[in-house]
Design a protein around this ligand. Structure first.
Ligand SMILES: [Mn+2]
Length: 284
């Protein structure tokens, strides 16, 4: 496993050759989509986000803050086929970032890469709680014979994280069994800022990992993803939900499932880049 230094870098981040002093957050890309069941292509997500970031300002009107300097490590080595090696790379890459005193911020790639990233962060921060923004429950025990499928992402997180330490926001697709579990476990949160803020009260003072599956957005504004699901949120909803996490110590993040070639307008990549910018500013 190694980070490549080639290719475009996110926004105003300097082209840096490795870990340096002064930054708090380190971005890295994870270009893997090997378990994608419907429409592949998220392996091209990280660089599409970086390219789209050049069209964005570094100032967020919503947060009234300017983007500060951060590190962009490039992408993890690209692997193909079974997920085992890709997941190991993500785990070790995340751990390397943490051990250098930085907050890991992964750009996907498919959502199956989230569990190894969360696991590395959890080992460092055992009082961690996780917020998943997603259209899908991702609670299958296995999918098409693969327990590390992107349809099982949150099930794999629950292999090590206690159920009450996960909030699943915006879920609108899953099996009946998944929804029965979501409802009875009280992990399901409507994508409504007031409700979300209330649910966050009991987590005050604890470190958080934020995982964004971009298919939480409505396909009307975000068609560039493998499993689009009608009935999603819009930009303002997301900005308001994100604002609820102000004041929390953010110790890990990811933005997953952009599949740029499925959106000929390129606007999905722009939305993804804006999500990344807002999360960077929130956590800096
Ligand atoms: Mn999803």
């Amino acid at each position: 496993m190694s980070f490549s230094q080639d290719g475009p870098k996110f926004m105003s981040s300097e082209r840096l050759s490795g870990f340096t002093e002064g930054e708090k957050i380190a971005i890295f890309g994870a270009c893997y989509d090997g378990t994608t069941s419907f429409r592949p292509g998220t392996r091209r997500g990280p660089d599409a986000i970086r390219n789209a970031s050049y069209g964005l300002e570094t100032y967020s009107p919503e947060q009234n803050k300017e983007l500060e300097v951060f590190l962009d490590l490039g992408n993890l080595d690209e692997v193909f086929g079974a997920p085992k090696i890709a997941h190991e790379n993500v785990y070790h890459g995340t751990m390397e970032v943490i051990e250098n005193g930085l907050v890991p911020f992964m750009l996907g790639g498919e959502h199956s890469l989230t569990p190894p990233s969360v696991q590395a962060v959890f080992e460092k921060h055992p009082t961690l709680f996780v917020v998943q923004f997603d259209a899908h429950a991702d609670l299958r025990h296995e999918y098409l014979g693969e327990k590390d499928s992107h349809a099982c992402a949150m099930r794999r997180v629950l292999d090590f994280l206690a159920g009450e330490d996960l909030l699943q926001v915006g879920i609108r697709s899953g099996t009946q069994a998944e929804f029965e579990e979501l409802r009875s476990s009280k992990r399901l949160v409507s994508p409504d800022a007031k409700l979300f803020e209330k649910r966050l009260e009991k987590f005050k003072g604890r470190p958080v990992y934020i995982s964004v599956d971009l298919d939480i957005f409505d396909p009307a504004i975000f068609p560039g993803t493998g499993t689009p699901e009608p009935g999603g949120i819009f930009w303002k909803d997301f900005a308001q939900l994100l604002a609820c996490l102000q004041g929390f110590e953010i110790v890990g993040m990811d933005v997953m499932e952009l599949s740029p070639q499925l959106d000929l307008s390129g606007c999905s990549s722009v939305l993804a880049a804006k999500v990344v910018r807002e999360m960077l500013i929130l956590s800096q």
